[in-house]
Ligand binder design. Sequence first.
Ligand code: APR
Length: 241
Amino acid sequence: MFGDKVTSYKNIVVLTGAGISAESGVRTFRDNGGLWEEHRLEDVATPEAFARDPDMVQRFYNQRRAQLNTVEPNPAHTALARLQAEFDGTVTIITQNVDDLHERGGAEDVIHMHGELGKVRCRACAGVFAFHGDCDQDTKCPACARAPALRPHIVWFGEMPFHMDVIADRLEACDLFISVGTSGNVYPAAGFVTNVQAVGRAHTIEVNLEPSEGASLFAERRHGKAGDLLPLLVDELLRLS
Ligand code: APR
């Protein structure tokens, strides 16, 4: 089932997307009823949108930040936390998600490549701060006290994802790459499966409700709900380790 290197995994990388949080009640982006049906991403998720209408952009992220208080991690998040705690090797979770459900599900060492709803950043002093309420153009930076200065600590379209150096190192060392709940539309994350195969050693598994854009790039594909499939996959990996 895991190819011919079943006993040799030492460095697992798991890439997650909005689908892993869907069963917690967080809306995905591109499914039926997804966020990009209701909002044009050009209106809320680009630096140009923020320059044009910062109030609207702040409202969009305030709503999403507030919604985090109403959702809980699901069995897919807790399964990955269990893998991180119990696997005899390294398990790196790289998430495109800006929610904190991996951490609340018990995971440590989560790389948020697209930022975090629970943080804001000061455009004046570059400080990054934990933030849990509503932010607007009058909210003063907790460090330099300027306003308007704070923006959501979110990577918008056209901006460079965070932590790409450490991500490149983890992908290079990885011998099992698992992608969970992502449609494979957004780069660079959608290209990670190709990156690990270029290095030549990694087995690759897609776990997604349906075949993603890049499904054919994966050596193994498991289609269904992450909350059903991931606990089983984690059991298999822990039996092997
Ligand atoms: N279990 C597994 N997969 C699921 C589930 C589920 N319960 N529910 C939905 N999915 C799958 C969908 O089939 C879809 O392929 O999750 C995927 C979600 O895809 P997107 O909505 O495109 O989300 P994502 O891939 O994370 O988007 C990437 O796009 O807009 C940006 O910055 C945003 O980080 C986001 C990036």
